[in-house]
Structures are given as C-alpha cells and as structure tokens.
Design a binder for this molecule. Structure first.
Ligand code: HEM
Length: 405
C-alpha cells in the first residue's frame, strides 16, 4: 500500500491513508489552505481551531454555506436537523432543554450497568481465548447504554445500530453524496429513525417511564417544550452521537494500548490512570477528526481569506497533535495530562455527552487492561471503517492466554 504525506484533502480522503492519516494531517496543520476555489479553508493548528470554535460570529448552520450539497449540508441532505447544526438562540434553547435531562447524576447512575456489560463481554470472550474488539466490546457497550438511556427495547438495538451506520456516511466529507444509491440509503435510514422515534415518543407520552426520552417529552423551560420535530432530531442525534464516536474511542483506545505494551502495563498496574488514558486516546487518535463551521463575514486565518459563507474545516485530530501545545505529540503517553485536547470540540457546541463517553471508555479500557492476560493483536486482520471523519477500526482480532476475574 502506498501511503503519501502530500498535504491536501484529497490525500487525507485517500483510503490508502486511512490506517495512518497523521503524516497528512501534520502537513495540513502547518498552514491554513484553501480548497474548492477558496470556498473551503482547512485549518489544523491548535490555536486557530480553539479560537474559531469559540468565535460567536462563526456559525454551525451549514445550510447557507458556499459549499451547499458538497458536504451534505443543504437542508434536504442534513441527516437530521438537530441542534448540532444550529446557532443561538435556538441552539441555546434546545441544548439547555436536553442538558436538563442529561444530568451528571443520570450519567453516574449508569456506572453499574456499564461495568456489568463490560464484565459480561470479557467473560464471554474468555471462553474462546479471543475477542473481536469492535463487535464484542467497542460497539456493544455504547449501543446498549444509549438505547437503555433513551428507553429503546433491546430487540430494536440492531436495527437502530444499522440505521446509525448508514446515517453517519452523510456526515462524512469523504462519502460520495453525488451517488444516488448512497443518498437513497441515507434517506432510508433517516426515515427509519423518524418513524421509529415518532412511535416511541407517542408511546412515552401515553406511558412515561424513567428514561431520557420520557424526561425530554415532559421537559418544560420557560413554558416551552420541545416540538415533535425537535424531539425526533434530538433522539437521532443522541443515538448517533452516543454510539458511533464512543465505539470508535474504545476501539482506538484498545488498539493504542496493544501497540504500546508499556502503557498497557502502566494502566494494568495503576487503574487510577484510566481517566488520563481516555484523554490521551482522545488526543492521540481523535474519534471525530474534524468539524466544520461557516463564516458569517469575511475573515482571515493566518492571512488566508475565508469569504462570507465560506466553510472552515477544523481538523481537530491535527490540532490534538500540534507540537506547539503537546510535546512529542506522536508519542502515546498516558501520563502527559492531555485533558486540554479538542476531541470534544470547544465553545457552545462542546460535546454534551463527553462525561458519558469518558465513563464508558475508562471502564472498558481499565477492565481490558486488568483482566485480559497476554493479549496479542493480529495486525494482519486489522481493518478500518471507511469514514475519514468518524475514525475507528472496523475489525480488530486479539488473542490472549486467559481472562481473570
Ligand atoms: C468519544 C465519544 C465522543 C466524541 C469524540 C464526541 C465528539 C463530539 C464533537 C467533536 C462535538 C462537536 C461537534 C461540532 O462542534 O460541530 C460533539 C457534539 C455533540 N455530541 Fe459528542 N462525542 C462523543 C460522545 C457523545 C455521546 C456519548 C453523546 C450523547 C450521548 C454525544 C452527543 C453529542 C451532542 C448532542 C452534541 C451536540 C452538542 C451541541 O451542538 O451543542 N456525544 N461531540
């Protein structure tokens, strides 16, 4: 396989660079560059990414951007019209409503269930002395937790997982959105979500339970409730956000630990490092590699002009390896104290599920380190998901001696 470090978006999107995009990202970080006749500016250094994410004059609403459909962002192509792509005041209102239901207590209460799922999955894998980490640990944990949280019955988890997989292709700039088959597939997944959650919402209006969806249905703030459309979009956002990136984080974490046995050993000997380990994985192999914003006025980044309504692509994964902020950034080091990474973005759209993702991943990684004895990764069978943005392995086979209790 030829891997090239030529810094352009085309090389970043090249499947040959999927396994290790970091040389290309390093090239893209060195200076902002324009693409698509100046309608897109790609930024990868930490300082500018952090500043732009917090800039109130920059918008998350991509509907009127100069790029339109190219990035799947015209109204018809938006996978779900959620508050992820809104600005104040609608963004503030909806995010505030969701935060009321998605409290630190709700998340802390999930810990026993997270521990139970991780324990069961590792114990099951112990029977075969082997584990396919993506399906047997990384996917199943966040899928189960977010579905439990929303009150989706277990029998429907598979279909929602399938829709989620299809839908995220619409969020990926490397997806060929000009291909009618791909678009039809994304459309079907969107419709599936909409119909499914419309039914579930109706059911929860009739029979409220103690789940997040019932809370969202009930929530009122300043006399306002979420409209049906907002509620459905929020369900899809929480499900997709809660599942895809967390699964990638867990898989990226197990992979990084297996490739750095000294760090795996350090975590095994000191489970107190689990939270730092999660931050280091978020920095080192960032699960959501980029976000986009739209300039609402002409602006300049390091002398490069972004036109009004031009799109700015912020390469979070490049910023997280910026040597100006993280010394020896390509080194995986649990003890570096990397919690100022930008993996959850920053500013008004900072990830609402960051604590849940960190809790799930710290338990998964520390239990893997503690219980799996003499793990050996089969590098020859490692494959990556096709996405350039939501980055993570598709299959990862690990053999081991045994699983302790
Ligand atoms: C490792 C796991 C995760 C990563 C890397 C991640 C990453 C991100 C990033 C980068 C953003 C900002 C997007 C932007 O600014 O355009 C974001 C926003 C968001 N995330 Fe996450 N996320 C993760 C887990 C979760 C979980 C577990 C949930 C929910 C259960 C979630 C729900 C959301 C929501 C609702 C937003 C939109 C926030 C807003 O627009 O105000 N995420 N996430």
């Amino acid at each position: 396989m030829t891997v090239t470090a030529e810094p352009s978006l085309a090389t970043l999107f090249d499947p040959a660079n999927r396994a290790d995009p970091y040389p290309v990202l390093a090239g893209l970080r060195s200076a902002p560059r324009t693409e698509l006749d100046g309608a897109l500016v790609v930024v990868g250094d930490y300082r500018n990414c952090a500043t732009i994410l917090r800039d109130p004059t920059v918008s998350a609403d991509r509907r009127n951007s100069l790029l339109g459909a190219t990035f799947g962002d015209t109204p018809d192509e938006v996978p779900f019209d959620s508050f992820l792509s809104m600005d104040a005041p609608d963004h503030t209102r909806l995010r505030g409503l969701v935060s009321k239901a998605f409290t630190p207590r709700v998340i802390a209460n999930l810990e026993p269930r997270i521990r139970e799922i991780v324990a069961d999955q590792l114990t099951k894998a112990g029977e075969a002395n082997a584990i396919e980490v993506v399906s047997q640990l990384a996917n199943i944990l966040p899928v189960t937790i977010i579905n439990d949280l929303l009150g989706v019955p277990a029998r429907d988890h598979d279909i929602l997982q399938d829709w989620s997989h299809r839908l995220v292709r619409g969020l990926d700039p490397a997806t060929d959105l000009g291909d009618p088959v791909v678009l039809a597939d994304i459309e079907l997944a969107k419709e599936g979500f909409r119909l499914y959650f419309a039914d579930l919402v109706a059911f929860r209006r009739e029979k409220p339970a103690d789940d997040l969806l019932s809370h969202l249905v009930r929530i009122e703030q300043d006399g306002e409730v979420l409209t049906e459309a907002e509620l459905l979009a929020t369900c899809a956002l929480l499900l997709v956000g809660g599942y895809e990136s967390t699964a990638n984080l867990i898989a990226n974490g197990v992979l990084a630990l297996l490739r750095h046995p000294d760090q795996l050993q350090a975590l095994r000997e000191n489970p107190g490092l689990a939270s730092a380990a999660v931050d280091e994985v978020l920095r080192y192999d960032t699960p959501a590699q980029m976000v986009t914003r739209v300039a609402r006025r002409e602006m300049s980044v390091e002398g490069v002009t972004v036109p009004n309504n031009g799109v700015i692509m912020l390469l979070l994964a490049a910023a997280n390896r910026d040597p100006a902020v993280f010394s020896d950034p390509d080194r995986f080091d649990l003890r570096r104290g990397a919690n100022h990474h930008l993996a959850f973005a920053a500013g008004p759209h900072f990830c609402i599920g960051s604590s849940l993702a960190k809790l799930e991943t710290s338990i998964a990684l520390s239990e893997f380190a503690r219980r799996v004895q003499a793990p050996e990764l089969d590098e020859s069978l490692l494959t990556y998901r096709p996405h350039v943005n939501l980055r993570g392995p598709e299959r990862m086979f690990v053999r081991f001696d045994n699983i302790t209790n």
